[in-house]
Design a protein around this ligand. Structure first.
Ligand SMILES: *Cc1c(COP(=O)(O)O)cnc(C)c1O
Length: 380
């Protein structure tokens, strides 16, 4: 298939001659009105009714016991790992095929990543690969799961639902139980994605969502910690609000907290976006269907949701037959004002994670060389 025909298809689909970005935010509802309301009320900062409303909306939508809004998704993940009691010098299992924020969050807890392979079905962390790595390298002791060679504790695992496609969570939970490892989901890309009817980010002990400008809905910048119990939610709010003990005038903080609370200004945008999320999801599913039809029968493989899941199709992806064809598609699409990009470089290629412990990464390496993302905005 010719790369130019991909350009034609995307242009036909979006019906525009202008530049087509990978994922652009869209504001067609109450965004302006709600944001103006925060300004007129002067409650633009971290206290205000939109923060509470937005948290309640995310709780209702995801079915989580308690959601706590943060300044961004990385902060949500950082706070989640803090709540999960990841300690300095712990090891945390994750995937090498992810956005760098997954690793940065655990790194800033003083922990280090262990990279295991991703599943070719979900493109996210593979439970079998995790179990195989642990069988070879770990043992369960009184103090938890220990990496035998270094003697360090493997405290948690952070799977990431790549491009919105849910990982195999039942299998992952079983591996976590077997090895006494805490499951924290990086659901930054998967708001609106469900695993066997459960919203991503609600199966693990904690989940982190992002509302960055390129995500399915946006608050400008923002995130949310999803907590399994009300008690944990209360603590998440506490630690993201400098761990200040409530008092009419005294300043007393009972642990090293974060200043991670989402401002009301941003939450106003979030409330308006939640009013249209279903519509965005529908449009994104239609778009994914049309990509699927278009690539059907070609040597490019369109990535579809795993059969056990319902994906938000945040970013549409294709697997190119070889490196050369991907290079060609990238050059032709970008040259024609249709944005496409290769998947992230694997995390262990980055200088700060190059010495990390890792298992075999065959699927990750294949995807790194062949995967490409295409325009995915819900603006049909
Ligand atoms: C977007 C993203 C994040 C971080 O979200 P921010 O809101 O940008 O901090 C974390 N992990 C993954 C996989 C992401 O795609």
């Amino acid at each position: 298939m010719k790369a130019t025909s991909i350009v034609e298809f995307v242009r036909d689909t979006y019906k525009t001659d202008e530049f087509i970005p990978l994922h652009a935010p869209r504001f067609g509802g109450n965004e302006k009105a709600y944001v103006m309301e925060t300004i007129e009320s002067t409650f633009v900062s971290s206290v205000g009714k939109f923060v509470d409303d937005f948290e309640r909306k995310i709780e209702a939508y995801t079915g989580t016991a308690k959601a706590v809004a943060t300044v961004n998704g990385t902060a949500a993940l950082h706070a989640a790992l803090y709540m999960a009691d990841v300690q300095r010098d712990d090891l945390v299992i994750t995937q090498a095929l992810t956005f760098v924020a997954t690793c940065n969050a655990l790194y800033h807890m003083g922990a280090e990543p262990i990279f295991v392979d991703v599943s070719p079905v979900s493109l996210g962390l593979c439970p079998k690969a995790m179990d195989a790595f642990l069988e070879e390298n770990a043992e369960v002791t009184d103090v938890g799961c220990i990496h035998k060679k270094t003697g360090r504790r493997i405290k948690a695992v952070v799977p990431m639902h790549t491009f919105g496609h849910p990982v195999e969570l039942d299998e992952l939970v079983a591996v976590c139980l077997k090895w006494n490892i805490t499951l924290v989901e990086d659901a930054a890309e998967s708001l609106g994605s469900f695993y066997k009817g459960k919203h991503t980010g609600t199966v693990g002990e904690f989940g982190a969502v992002s509302f960055n400008g390129n995500k399915i809905i946006t608050t400008g910048g923002g995130g949310m910690v999803l907590c399994k119990t009300k008690e944990r939610g209360a603590r998440a709010k506490h630690v993201t609000t400098t761990a200040k003990v409530p008092h009419p005038y005294e300043f007393f903080h009972d642990e090293p907290g974060f200043n991670y609370r989402m401002p009301n200004l941003n939450a106003a945008l979030g409330c308006a976006q939640m009013e249209v999320i279903e519509q965005y999801l529908k449009q994104k599913r239609l778009l994914a269907e049309s990509y699927k039809d278009f690539f059907n029968g070609t040597d490019f493989k369109f990535v579809t949701e795993p059969e056990y899941a319902q994906s938000n199709y945040w970013l549409n992806a294709i697997i190119c037959p070889d490196k050369e064809s991907r290079k060609d598609v990238l050059a032709v699409t970008n040259g024609a004002g249709v944005m496409a990009r290769p998947v992230w470089q694997l995390m262990h290629r980055l200088p700060m994670y190059s010495n990390s412990i890792r298992g075999t990464l065959t699927n990750s390496e294949y995807l790194e060389a062949h995967l490409l993302n295409l325009p995915s905005s819900p603006n049909l």
